[in-house]
Design a protein around this ligand. Structure first.
Ligand code: PLP
Length: 384
């Protein structure tokens, strides 16, 4: 069993992917070829945002988003410490200061109720992450941002395809960012990413920043980056888009089987009723995680930890973390464990994983609930 099975996916879409790749090799426009604009149109339509700008990676998308908003050295950007490092890394790269706000114990997403108290005169933006594929409390965060004249960037690297109150991830705030890293819900076969916005001025800024701040050839009207997504990767995403809704449904099928077999027996990440997850990960909460991971490994079940150390406790971030105290993120980081997940994971394998997991946690040795995570059922009402 693989943690994420990319080979089965390639087999499922093989002919279309091969044809799309061949078409690029035949026309030879490897940089900014026609597939780039074609993909941007398709993805904008999918999310409902007016504009999509593809870039070299999810990390690049976050960087370009901050640059397009004019984030400068000394500015503060509110974000979560319980995420992949890139979310905070790009803030620090620009000389800005990440202000880490703790997460909701049920979902692991930024706790919107703690945000307003951390806004100060230097705050420029808020960057919530839609962790494991489930959108953060975007409307609550947008409302706070609007009261203070701030912009919100959704780090939707894990949540392309997720739904939130009738809208889609990527189109939930001023700017949405996503990643096409191979293991993300919509992956390419290399690096890629995209930004979404319905603001024409920001879309234009993003397009310029992506190519060294050029407004015309060799006219550099702003500082930019070399941040294009290459044509081959765009062609691969285009080929895979045809399967994407089916794949999302299969991820949800696997998640529903996990829910049914695990609810009430191990801690689960809570899911709010007003949104759907893209299930980049299916994550549980366990005590003595190292032991549980070892037992699962012995049973042939791969697992992963997203993420073992919150960013404010990472050595390279000590100088920008100040006295950030995020006890919930800390507690979650000690307990989270992601199980195999993907569209091609058969229900038999989900059952095998659950049997091995329940065996490893020992249903009597370990109570069902850790933190305040819901012990029964995976759906909780999250107040916003
Ligand atoms: C994967 C990921 C990124 C970075 O995406 P890349 O395409 O790998 O650069 C950023 N934020 C989060 C939350 C991610 O999961």
């Amino acid at each position: 069993m693989e943690f994420i099975d990319l080979k089965s996916q390639y087999q499922a879409a093989r002919d279309v992917i091969n044809q799309r790749i061949q078409a690029v090799l035949d026309h030879g426009q490897y940089i900014m070829g026609p597939e780039v604009a074609e993909l941007e149109e398709r993805l904008a339509a999918y999310t409902g945002a007016r504009h999509c700008v593809t870039v070299a990676s999810g990390t690049e998308a976050l960087l370009v988003a901050l640059m397009a908003l004019g984030v400068r050295p000394g500015d503060e950007v509110i974000t979560t410490p319980f995420t992949f490092i890139a979310t905070a890394e790009v803030i620090v790269l620009l000389g800005a200061v990440p202000v880490f706000v703790d997460v909701d114990a049920r979902t692991g997403n930024l706790d919107a109720s703690l945000v307003e108290a951390r806004i100060g005169p230097r705050t420029r933006a808020i960057v919530p992450v839609s962790l494991y594929g489930q959108p953060a409390d975007m409307d609550a965060i947008n409302a706070i941002a609007a009261r203070h004249g701030l912009h919100v960037i959704e780090d939707g690297a894990q949540s392309f395809g997720a739904g939130y109150r009738g809208r889609r991830s990527g189109n939930l705030s001023t700017i949405g960012c996503t990643s096409f890293f191979p293991s993300k819900p919509l992956g390419c076969y290399g690096d890629g990413g995209a930004l979404f916005t319905s603001d024409c001025g920001l879309a234009r800024a993003m397009r310029e920043i992506r190519v060294h701040g050029q407004s015309r050839r060799y006219v550099h009207t702003r500082i930019g980056v070399g941040g294009r997504m290459d044509t081959l990767q765009c062609a691969i995403v285009l080929a895979k888009l045809g399967l994407f809704d089916w794949e999302l449904a299969q991820r949800r099928r696997a998640a529903a089987t996990y829910d049914a077999l695990l609810a009430g027996k191990v801690g689960l990440i809570g899911r709010a009723a007003d949104r759907t997850s893209a299930f980049a990960q299916y994550t549980v909460l366990v005590e003595r995680r190292d032991d549980v991971q070892r037992a699962l490994q012995d049973a042939g079940v791969p697992t992963a930890v997203h993420y073992p150390v919150p960013i404010h406790l990472q050595p390279a971030y000590a100088h920008v973390s100040g006295d950030a105290a995020c006890p919930v993120a800390h507690a979650l980081a000690d307990k989270v464990m992601s199980l195999p997940m993907g569209p091609y994971l058969p229900d038999e394998d989900v059952r095998r994983v659950c049997a091995a997991l329940l065996d490893a946690v020992g249903t009597s040795a370990q109570g069902p609930s850790v933190l305040d995570a819901p012990a029964t059922g995976a759906t909780v009402a999250v107040s916003v």
